[in-house]
Design a protein around this ligand. Structure first.
Ligand code: MEV
Length: 330
């Protein structure tokens, strides 16, 4: 038997969400809320795949390996792992019994990218055993293929890139896609759950529909979002929090303009403004999930906690700029 234990981080969009979908760019940071995965492989004449993922209601999920590898459409909670096995098998043929166990250290209702963390962790574990020289870019390409198989052609891949690479990245969703690590010592951003779970794909579709109805308007908003990413990258590298905060506020306004803000997210943003934080915005697709707040001083974070108390919210206990996929002790 061979086995490996790994983990992959969650992610938060700092800037560029939605704009990145249209061949754009984004800045995304890995979050130290991690998806842990254990992979065991053994030889068997008729290999099977077994998945234990109690967080998503999978207990003793099992299927013959051959039937998983011959699938071209996937459904249910096992779909991201199954699609990852298929994508990996296309490059590195699999013929073992596969046992996978996952455990998440974060609530997947937060919208922190549990699917991309699952794909990243599965790929990384497989590569440790069967393709130890695979580069992050090769893992990323296989992961994109898996996500395409599991959920169709929607999404930029930015969250997967952050889960694999870790830290804070500048991501270019153009051919060839580019993942550029941004070397920053700190990122004093905190996350706050809005209390509502959102469905990413429906908000991506909603923005696409608004863009089709008002192409000129929405394209110029997208272009401004991309300008914000470029200025944000400079501010981030200079650790210029006042500028980065201002840019986050503008990005939030533009996300509001394209219809993905909610009252609960806006309440967090206004709480951050009352606390005189550097900036705040919704993070990701919108419609719920998390907002992020740039609070570069202890006084700001304290005032933010007080303001959040008034609306029944708290700062999530996670730091950003976290490690990407990594091996864990078994
Ligand atoms: C969702 O987390 C971020 C979006 O930009 C979609 C994507 O990049 O795949 C809205």
């Amino acid at each position: 038997m061979q086995s490996v234990a790994v983990s992959a981080p969650a992610k938060l969009f700092i800037l560029g969400e939605h704009a990145v979908v249209y061949d754009g760019t984004a800045i995304v940071s890995a979050v130290d809320a991690r998806l842990h995965l254990k992979l065991q492989v053994t030889t068997a004449p008729l290999p099977t795949v077994t998945i234990q993922a109690p967080d998503v209601g999978l207990q003793d999920w099992q299927a013959p390996l051959a039937s998983v590898l011959s699938k071209d459409s996937f459904a249910g909670e096992s779909r991201f792992i199954e699609a990852t096995l298929v994508a990996f098998h296309q490059q590195h043929p699999l013929q073992h019994n596969i046992y996978i166990e996952t455990h998440s250290s974060f609530d997947r209702n937060y919208g922190l990218g549990s699917s991309s963390a699952t794909v990243a962790a599965t790929l990384f574990a497989l590569s440790r055993l069967f393709a130890p020289h695979a580069s992050n870019m090769q893992l990323f390409e296989m992961g994109l293929e898996a996500i395409l198989l599991a959920q169709g052609k929607i999404g930029s891949g930015a969250d997967l890139a952050a889960a694999i690479q870790g830290g804070t990245i500048y991501y270019k969703n153009q051919r060839p896609r580019q993942i550029t690590p941004l070397s920053i010592p700190t990122l004093p951003i905190v996350a706050v759950y809005s209390g509502q779970k959102a469905g990413t794909t429906s908000y991506v579709r909603q923005v696409k529909a608004v863009r089709e109805q008002h192409p000129n308007l929405v394209d110029s908003i997208i272009q401004t979002m991309l300008d914000i990413v470029e200025e944000g990258k400079v501010a981030l590298l200079q650790q210029n929090w006042l500028t980065l905060g201002r840019l986050m506020n503008v990005q939030h306004g533009l996300l509001h303009a394209i219809g993905v803000d909610t009252r609960a997210l806006a309440e967090v943003v206004f709480a951050a403004r009352s606390a005189r934080c550097d900036g705040a915005k919704l993070s990701g697709a919108g419609g719920g999930d998390c907002a992020i707040v740039l609070a570069s001083t202890a006084a700001q974070r304290e005032a933010l906690s007080t303001q959040l108390d008034h609306i029944g919210r708290t700062i999530l206990p996670y730091t950003l700029n976290a490690d990407g996929v990594r091996v864990e002790e078994q």
